[in-house]
Design a protein around this ligand. Sequence first.
Ligand code: PLP
Length: 380
Amino acid sequence: MNPIPFNWPGLAGRELDYMADSLRRGHISGDGEYTRRCQQLLESAFGARKAMLTTSCTDALEMAALLLEIGPGDEVIVPSFTFVSTANAFVLRGARPVFADVRPDTLNLDEAQIERLVTPRTKAIVAVHYAGVACEMDAILPLARARGIAVVEDNAHGLFGEYRGRPLGTFGVLATLSFHETKNITCGEGGALLVNDEALIDRAEIVREKGTDRSRFFRGQVDKYSWVDVGSSYLPSDLLAAFLLAQLEARAEIQERRRRLWEAYAAGLTDWAAAQGVGLPRVPSHCTQPYHLFYLLLPSLAARQALIASLKARGILAVFHYLPLHLSPMGRRFGGTAGACPVTESVSDRLVRLPLYKDLSADDQARIIEAVREFGETGS
Ligand SMILES: *Cc1c(COP(=O)(O)O)cnc(C)c1O
């Protein structure tokens, strides 16, 4: 039987046409026609004040750390259950990550833990909307505001997700997106920074352009550009933006396809999961999810490993994530110890993600569902 990959970067249709057009225009460095169009589309889809394409979500997080002037001695609260970059971007500036546990239902930063972790040094809280299901922003935002702490949304999973009807990425002072191959909308490697605070826009342009005021120069606002601040090179090539625009324009079809696949998993596995004591993703009614991932929470590490092996033997690649950051070699250097984030530690052992990508065929998905159900029924 044909192997089923965990992920497959499917084309939306116009990627190659747009890339050819970008070449013909003779502008394949950053901030060309396609970068502008992607940014405009993101701004109108989200109502973000300013969207800036970046080379990755990691780089957008690094820009956020620079813009918030995070430095040595500062603390940043991050969930332990997340991708490395959520913490590393701030560690690069000299800050100490303070690891919070997650809620057992949505696997999001547990808002009830934040108060206990805040100190006079806390400069930022990073809300990661796991699986694109929103963190409890009604609790997090007022708490942060009252203490003068910035909220950054790591919205790598949550493009087109909503919280109480409002798009994710519009709550934090800054928010980041990922267009990595594994995300719903992709250009291979890419990202964006959404700047929701008007006061940060000018500096964000400078930080993104190697610390120069080149953006102002191109708009004719200064007659030469020079080095005016710290910065780095965070602009993607316009060729990648051309690829990305084709995907963004096809967002309705891509999201509809993912919705159907996600719902087929839920329909095919809900009774089985209940009978086997397996947890499925939970989406509170006030959250609109973008169908980024479908996971199972097995009863134990042994059961999770056995399921992954059993699927692999049938040519199906399912994967786990994340390893708790507070228990990683870097996390331990910041004081992380076993037992500090019990929900993260437990979930990290038991979670498995099933293949979910736009071009996953109904037949292949049926094969995956059958293989999972069979595993439970024979207990092996
Ligand atoms: C994918 C991901 C990132 C990093 O995205 P890149 O674009 O690969 O840098 C950051 N945070 C989370 C939660 C992610 O899932």
